[in-house]
Every structure is written in structure tokens, then in C-alpha cells.
Design a protein around this ligand. Structure first.
Ligand code: ASP
Length: 441
């Protein structure tokens, strides 16, 4: 039998109605053996995620806010769980667990412990509801002393542990430090847990169930009804995710990527949709489109440098990059000419360092001209199909030109997997639409 690891996000487990859907999905396929839940998410737009409530509760306790208010706030968290249990008609008393958590937070348990209880409690309830075993993540997911994730130890322990169970629930988001205290991944980290479990289970597939039917080819807030991407490679996904297309936590692809386990993004509210399949190597490109997707971000600046005879000066680039390194700034792109060089960096990274950086570059390189210009956006046009398709760059430039937009920089990686454009921030949306219209619509 195949093994699938299924992770459900907070919106998929926000209330009893969603728990029912989730159970239906899991029971529909016996190979869905290991389940990784998030904490209950928002039930509606103005609702608060349980994780955020737990952080707030922790802060209230630490700030010694009014005791009655703290009690009332904790009761609200309890109610989220009680209503799920009651609405499901489950005979399950978690009041002891809740009392323990409240007490622990009052007695110096850490912030991560508090936050992690969202997944822990949801995991207990889901295991009960499904009739699955419960594996506490604190016994199988490990961090090192310095706080980094201990992949080797985790994989060794977890893969042995999973062998003992036919079906189990492992809560997402957290694990244990060497001294046993609880530590969480960064926000959205249940995606990472799912990936870790998939690797340890040597799963055939990692299904990541959320509230959208996969990755869209473009940001649906900017273009109208973008189609979902059927198949995307890990590499393409990295490019798009880096540029702001978020559905999956950035770090979630690494454990399964090396094990070559595909990830399938699915929609709990539309289980009939195939979603997006993320694979290590695609057999071919989607014949319908030259590009796989387009994504972008605002908030970039370019450091423009000019110096006569720059091209013949060996080590010029290194000196400039050293200045950035000394200031702890990573760069995005370096479009250059014969005697000019532009370095594109995130504007936020320059905060408080502008003078220092321009002065240092002037001093170290003896450049004739150094200046920082803000207000750029970057757009990544990504697609494994671009390697074969001739004229992609021409079509792209033409589409942008026809929309009356000026291209400030264009950079095609040698892998030919992407073309990066820089345009003024106020032309960002129009540029994205022009690209979408040219290649997708
Ligand atoms: N519940 C955690 C968060 O809100 C982790 C997750 O949902 O993946 O960030």
C-alpha cells in the first residue's frame, strides 16, 4: 500500500464543519496514514487564529495584565476547542489539558510552548475523532542547542517511531530542544512538519491541504481568475515563492525535495480539484503555456555605481560586494554595463545604512558616481518551458512596452528558468497584467 502524509492548514481545521470534511478526505483513501494538523485558523475574516490568541495570552500573563481579563481571554481559547468537540459530538474531556497549559504559562513556560499548544490540542482532538494514534511532536522532532532544526536526529527517531503505527496524527509547528523545552518553527511551520514526516515515512506523496486549489499562475489580487498551476518543479516554486507567491512555507520543500517526494497542494473546500503537484523533475512543460507562473514584489532599490574604465579593473565587483557584506546586506541582482554597475537590494535592508554604504563604496572603489534610487519592483517570469520556446524575452518586452511601461532592468538566468524584470513600483500591477495577458490569457 502507498503511504501519504497529509497536512491540514488552520483554515481547514477552524471548526467542526471543517473537521468533518477533513475526516471525509482522510477516510476516503486508506493510504492517507499520517496526518499533520495546524491549530484552528480563522472561521471568518475578522476572526483570530488560535495561535495568535495563544501568543496574546502569553503576553498578557508576562505583562501581568488584569487577572480577570487574562482568565476571560483564556476561556475564549478554551471555547474554540470545546465548540469543536461538542459540535462533533465527541466524548472527550480536554479540560485537564487546558488547565495544565494555563498553569504552565503562568509558571514560566516559554512563548513557544504557549503557541505550540494550538497544534497539540488540535492534534489530540483530531486523533480522537479519526480513531488514529497520537504522536507528540516533542518526542520526534528535534532542534539543536543553537535553535536550528536537527534533521538527522529527527529523521532517525521519527522514521523508527512511524513504523510502529498504521495511522497516526502528529501535530505540526513544534518540536523539542535538547533540554526538552518546546520550540516552534517560524509561522506557518506546520508545512515544515508535514514535509519532515513525509520524508521519515518515506511517503509516496505529501498532500498539503489548504483553502486554495493550488498555486495560481499569478496573484489573483492583481489579475482576474488566474488558472491554477497543474505541475511545477521545486526549482520553479522556489523562484515564485521567493518573489512572494505564498501557499507553502519556504522551508517546507527541503526535506521532501531531497527524498524526491512530490507535494500536492489541495483544497479542503474543493476536494475534487487536482490542485498543484510539486515535483523534482517534470516530464514536460504544460503544452498550453510557455510560462509556469509570474510573481513579483515591490520595495527594491538600486545602488548605481559609475566609474571610468570599470571594466578593466579586476576585483571591482568584489570590493563593492564586500561593502554590502560588511553591512549585512544581501543583493538580488547585479545588472552591469561597461563602466556602470547596478546592485538591486531590498529597500528595507538599507534602513539606517544608506550614507555609510554609499560613502564606503566611494572610498573603497574610487567610483566617480554612487547613488541609491528607490521605488523599484521586481517581477519573475518563471517556466521550464521557456528553454525551448524561442522569442519569450521578445514577447515579454513587447508586452511591457505595449502597456507603456519602462523596463528598468532585465535579467535572464543562465538556467533559462526565469526572466527577472525591474519596473517602477507604480507600474507593477500593470506590468503583471500585461505579462499575464500575453502568456496566459
Ligand atoms: N499555527 C501556526 C501558525 O499560525 C503554524 C501553522 O499554521 O502552520 O503560524
Amino acid at each position: 500500500m502507498q503511504t501519504k502524509v497529509v497536512k491540514f492548514g488552520g483554515s481547514s481545521l477552524a471548526d467542526a464543519e471543517h473537521f468533518r470534511r477533513v475526516a471525509e478526505i482522510i477516510h476516503a483513501d486508506p493510504s492517507r496514514r499520517f496526518v499533520v494538523p495546524s491549530a484552528p485558523g480563522k472561521r471568518h475574516k475578522t476572526d483570530t487564529k488560535v495561535t495568535d490568541m495563544l501568543y496574546r495570552f502569553y503576553d498578557m500573563v508576562r505583562n501581568r495584565e488584569d487577572a480577570a481579563e487574562i482568565d476571560a481571554y483564556f476561556d475564549k481559547i478554551c471555547d474554540r476547542y470545546f465548540s469543536i468537540i461538542n459540535d462533533l459530538g465527541l466524548q472527550y474531556d480536554i479540560s485537564g489539558e487546558l488547565a495544565y497549559i494555563k498553569n504552565a504559562v503562568f509558571h514560566a513556560s516559554g512563548r513557544d510552548f504557549a503557541a505550540s499548544r494550538g497544534e497539540y490540542l488540535n492534534g489530540l482532538i483530531l486523533a480522537k475523532y479519526l480513531g488514529f494514534d497520537f504522536i507528540d511532536a516533542e518526542n520526534v522532532i528535534f532542534f539543536r542547542e543553537n535553535g536550528s532544526f536537527d534533521e538527522e536526529r529527527t529523521n532517525a527517531v521519527l522514521s523508527e517511531e512511524l513504523k510502529k503505527y498504521a495511522y497516526a496524527v502528529i501535530p505540526g509547528f513544534y518540536g523539542a530542544m535538547p533540554n526538552g523545552t518546546i520550540k516552534t518553527f517560524s509561522r506557518g511551520g506546520s508545512d515544515i512538519t508535514g514535509s519532515i514526516v513525509a520524508r521519515a515515512a518515506n511517503a509516496d506523496l505529501y498532500e498539503n491541504w489548504t483553502d486554495v486549489s493550488g498555486f495560481m499562475m499569478a496573484d489573483p489580487r492583481i489579475v482576474k481568475d488566474p488558472p491554477a498551476i497543474d505541475v511545477i518543479t521545486y526549482q520553479e516554486l522556489r523562484e515564485l515563492a521567493y518573489m512572494g507567491a505564498t501557499v507553502l512555507h519556504d522551508e517546507a520543500i527541503f526535506p521532501v525535495r531531497y527524498a524526491k517526494i512530490p507535494i500536492n497542494i489541495r483544497n479542503t473546500n474543493a476536494p475534487g480539484d487536482a490542485g498543484t503537484l510539486i515535483v523534482s523533475e517534470a516530464t514536460g512543460a504544460d503544452p498550453r503555456y510557455v510560462i509556469t507562473g509570474v510573481a513579483g514584489k515591490k520595495g527594491f532599490s538600486v545602488i548605481n555605481i559609475e566609474k571610468d574604465m570599470m571594466n578593466s579593473e579586476v576585483g571591482f565587483g568584489r570590493k563593492v560586494l564586500e561593502v554590502l557584506e560588511d553591512n549585512d546586506i544581501s543583493f538580488e541582482h547585479i545588472p552591469s554595463g561597461i563602466d556602470t554597475m547596478g546592485i538591486i537590494v531590498a529597500t528595507a535592508a538599507l534602513a539606517g545604512k544608506r550614507e555609510r554604504i554609499t560613502n564606503a563604496i566611494r572610498r573603497i572603489t574610487k567610483a566617480d558616481f554612487v547613488e541609491i534610487q528607490d521605488g523599484l519592483s521586481l517581477i519573475a517570469v518563471v517556466g521550464r518551458g521557456m528553454i525551448k520556446a524561442r522569442g519569450t524575452a521578445a514577447r515579454l518586452c513587447n508586452a511591457i512596452y505595449s502597456a507603456g511601461i519602462n523596463i528598468r532592468m532585465i535579467d535572464q538566468g543562465s538556467s533559462e528558468l526565469n526572466i527577472i524584470l525591474a519596473v517602477e513600483e507604480d507600474a507593477y500591477e500593470a506590468a503583471l497584467r500585461a505579462i499575464f495577458d500575453e502568456f496566459v490569457k
